[in-house]
Write a protein that binds this ligand. Structure first.
Ligand code: HEM
Length: 501
């Protein structure tokens, strides 16, 4: 009866059995093909069929709210795919797990234990050290005359995130500890491999792999993703496992001697959690899955938003001037900007909101799976459909935003005196909302803002001599800037501030 009353959202007709899978295979990158189709069909909701799977694409805030707010409980699951299963050690974490007891358990662990306000406060010193290290690292590049005083902003931003999360997770910036001894040391080969593996993971999970929709094809590796997934997993295991095993050993020895020590980092939390009978709450696989998950949760969004914001601002001196005026007024030049300044840096937060709006790292929010038949925008969404919300469809939507392709931070200053990076009305997606929404808002916001504010306050950024305007072109394969942003940087604060950190 229900199926007769409602019809599926509009979409291409597709072939028997395979649906539109042949188009998905031949139109790379798939997200650009999907956006072309949305435009051609002039629709904000579209249904594609890949094999037996309905993939419903949503590209306006109103329908996105119907999915993630009104019908949040129905859409609280995630797909089962080869990549998500491998990266999560068989769905032992929270981000990639389908709805169920394991997801609930791990979401509780991350929300109430890892991201608790008390621990966030306790680890403030670590974050502050990494913010200092960022300034020191860029300053050293300026001082190194052989490097022509230009800074690869992408490299700096991505490795700031990598350093930050390794410090919070493992209490280590570098996998091989002696590197820490050299104060301005950049990433070594292991850290570069680590960050690359995390980005490769993010680029391959939910990436329209043919076996995501035809599970019988798993093992044939038709689009080469399985090889990549095995490579990433091997790298993460090689780098994470020794640290995790050493820590388990340390705590087990302490337990045997009836001793304890204070919790120093996220890994300590995972290793020491106990169930109601005093037994370890998490298995080794759960610890490994949660560790990997925390690592990749923070690596892409902050670094990509800051790189894009800076690139946009290089072409808009009036925006840069307003940001610098705010920093001068709120912080001044006699001290470095701190996390405690963030609530008063509204213009800078508006710049980051604008970067999230226009330049998300991922074209789509991670898929949400319908746990029962339901209706959205009057259309039938069958059980097991994957719903993907287009982040550019929301953020660059001309019905919502005036001049959507213009970087105008002022638009975020209209409605609120305290600008935040969240957007629960889903006029664009930053942290999303609902049951599967991001629990890392506080940590994610402070990491993003400290990266941005320190780079702006610490340095004057100029263009390379032969460059008139920064080319704001997206990569052909994803939404990152086509080429890493490379800019000359000059210190703008008194020398003693750089030399004292
Ligand atoms: C600027 C930084 C960050 C941004 C923009 C961001 C954004 C997001 C988004 C868009 C989602 C998907 C929500 C959905 O499916 O509707 C998500 C999920 C998630 N994020 Fe974040 N995130 C950030 C930082 C973090 C941090 C620091 C952590 C924790 C260390 C974290 C942990 C998670 C988890 C556990 C989920 C999965 C929730 C679930 O599926 O139940 N995120 N995040």
């Amino acid at each position: 009866m229900k199926r007769e009353l409602h019809r599926l959202p509009p979409g291409p007709a597709g072939l028997p059995i395979i649906g539109s899978a042949h188009h998905m295979i031949s139109n790379k990158p798939v997200f650009r093909w999907i956006h072309r189709l949305l435009k051609e069909m002039n629709t904000n909701i579209m249904c594609l069929r890949f094999g037996a799977v309905h993939v419903v694409v949503v590209s306006c805030p109103e329908i996105a709210r119907e999915v993630l707010r009104k019908n949040d409980a129905v859409f609280a699951s995630r797909p089962i795919t080869f990549a998500s299963g491998s990266f999560s050690f068989g769905y032992k974490g929270s981000i990639l797990s389908p709805y169920g007891e394991q997801w609930k358990k791990m979401k509780r662990v991350i929300t109430s234990e890892i991201l608790s306000t008390a621990l966030e406060r306790r680890l403030h010193g670590r974050r502050a050290e990494e913010a200092d290290h960022l300034v020191r690292f860029v300053y050293n590049q300026y001082c190194d005359t052989t490097a022509n005083r230009s800074v690869d902003v992408r490299h700096v931003a991505q490795h700031f995130c990598g350093n930050m999360i390794r410090r919070l997770m493992f209490s280590k910036r570098h996998f091989v500890e002696p590197r820490l001894a050299s104060a301005g040391a950049g990433p070594g080969p292991d850290e570069v491999e680590h960050v690359n593996a995390l980005f490769t993971l993010l680029n391959h999970v939910y990436s329209f792999c043919v076996s995501d929709y035809f599970p019988v094809l798993v093992g044939l590796d038709l689009d080469g993703h399985e090889k990549v997934v095995h490579g990433v997993t091997a790298t993460l295991n090689r780098l994470h496992d020794p640290v995790i095993e050493e820590r388990l050993h340390e705590w087990s020895t302490l337990r045997q001697h009836g001793e304890k020590r204070e919790i120093r980092d996220f890994l300590d939390v995972l290793v020491t959690l106990e169930d109601s009978e005093g037994q370890p709450l998490l298995s080794l696989e759960e610890i490994k899955a949660q560790t990997a998950e925390i690592m990749y949760a923070i690596i892409d969004n902050p670094s990509n938003a800051v790189e894009w914001a800076l690139a946009e601002m290089m072409n808009k001196p009036e925006v840069m001037e307003k940001a610098m005026n705010e920093l001068n007024t709120v912080v001044g030049k006699e001290r470095l900007v701190q996390e405690s300044d963030i609530p008063r840096l509204n213009y800078l937060k508006a710049c980051i909101r604008e970067a999230f709006r226009m330049h998300p790292y991922h074209a789509f929010n991670p898929p949400h799976v319908a746990m029962e038949d339901t209706t959205v925008a009057g259309y039938l969404i069958p059980k097991d459909s994957h719903v993907i919300i287009s982040r550019v469809g929301l953020g660059r939507n001309p019905n919502i935003w005036v001049d959507p392709l213009e970087f105008q931070p002022e638009r975020h200053l209209m409605s609120s005196s305290n600008v935040v990076l969240t957007e629960t009305d889903l006029r664009f997606i930053s942290f999303s909302t609902g049951r599967r929404g991001c629990p890392g808002v506080s940590l994610g916001s402070s990491v993003t803002m400290m990266l941005f504010a320190r780079l702006l306050q610490g340095f004057s950024w100029t263009k390379l001599p032969d460059v008139q305007t920064i080319e704001l072109k997206e990569s052909t394969t994803n939404l990152a800037l086509a080429e890493p942003l490379i800019l000359p940087a000059e210190p703008r604060l008194p020398v003693h501030l750089y030399e004292s950190i």
